[in-house]
Design a protein around this ligand. Structure first.
Ligand code: C5P
Length: 228
């Protein structure tokens, strides 16, 4: 058992925000594996690679993956910065272009193998809150606590646009992207979005951020207390 929390769930389910708060309380690092898939998608777009060219995408992930570094950032919204070598890409990862490309990149098995290997290496060091789609099932099944967070697609889109300056206008596009990513992430053959058998399901539709954070902390302290 690793002293770690695996926080999985669909797009915009609030995993990153919850992870940041929980990690602050416990003094753990946040590893947002979605940011790594986004960084590969960004690099693919910058190089104008075809998003159905699995070989090229895998080669790209092989060269970039080992260069990803998460740095803590207490000030920022995400709670971390992601660097590729010396380049900070954090602010480039949440554009619509990247959000549309990322599930296609994440469906490539070679890309998943490379990133999952990097993620597992980091996770095994412990004292991390790791967010994603397959952390409890594939990347770090030994995590002391696994949580599968859900919320209705509409509620997730509402929360996401509330973070944007021109949010109201973007609601239809954001909702459509969330639905499309849910579909692609759930239907892909390799490591689909699914709760681990021993994950605690947490529907946050009617819960506040504070309530979710408190619940995760409570579950974690109980798990740790009951682990030999
Ligand atoms: O978490 P976030 O929404 O930023 O993730 C972006 C995309 O990366 C997801 O829609 C999914 O396609 C992919 N992803 C994944 N496995 C993970 C984390 C993210 O396939 N562990």
């Amino acid at each position: 058992v690793i002293e770690a929390i695996a926080l999985d769930g669909p797009a915009a389910s609030g995993k990153t925000t919850v992870a940041r708060r929980v990690a602050q309380t416990l003094g753990f690092a946040v590893i947002d594996t979605g940011a790594m898939y986004r960084a590969v998608a960004l690099a693919a777009l910058e190089r104008a690679l075809a998003l159905d060219d699995g070989g090229a995408l895998t080669a790209l992930a092989e060269s970039e993956g080992p260069r990803y570094r998460f740095l803590p950032d207490g000030e920022g919204e995400q709670g971390y910065r992601l660097r590729v070598g010396d380049r900070d890409v954090t602010d480039l990862l949440y554009t619509e272009r990247v959000s549309v490309a990322v599930p296609r990149v994440a469906a490539v098995s070679g890309v998943r193998a490379v990133l999952a290997r990097e993620q597992r290496r980091i996770g095994l060091e412990g004292r991390v809150v790791m967010t994603g789609r397959d952390i409890g099932t594939v990347v770090l099944p030994e995590a002391a606590l696994k949580v599968f967070m859900t919320a209705s697609a509409e509620e997730r889109a509402r929360r996401r646009v509330a973070q944007l300056d021109d949010g109201a206008e973007q609601f239809p596009a954001v909702l459509a992207n969330i639905r499309e990513r849910d579909r692609m992430d759930s239907e892909r053959a390799d490591s689909p979005l699914v709760a681990a058998a021993d994950a605690v399901a947490l529907d946050t539709t009617a819960l506040s951020l504070e309530q979710v954070v408190a619940r995760v902390l409570e579950l974690f302290s109980r798990r740790v207390a009951s682990t030999p």
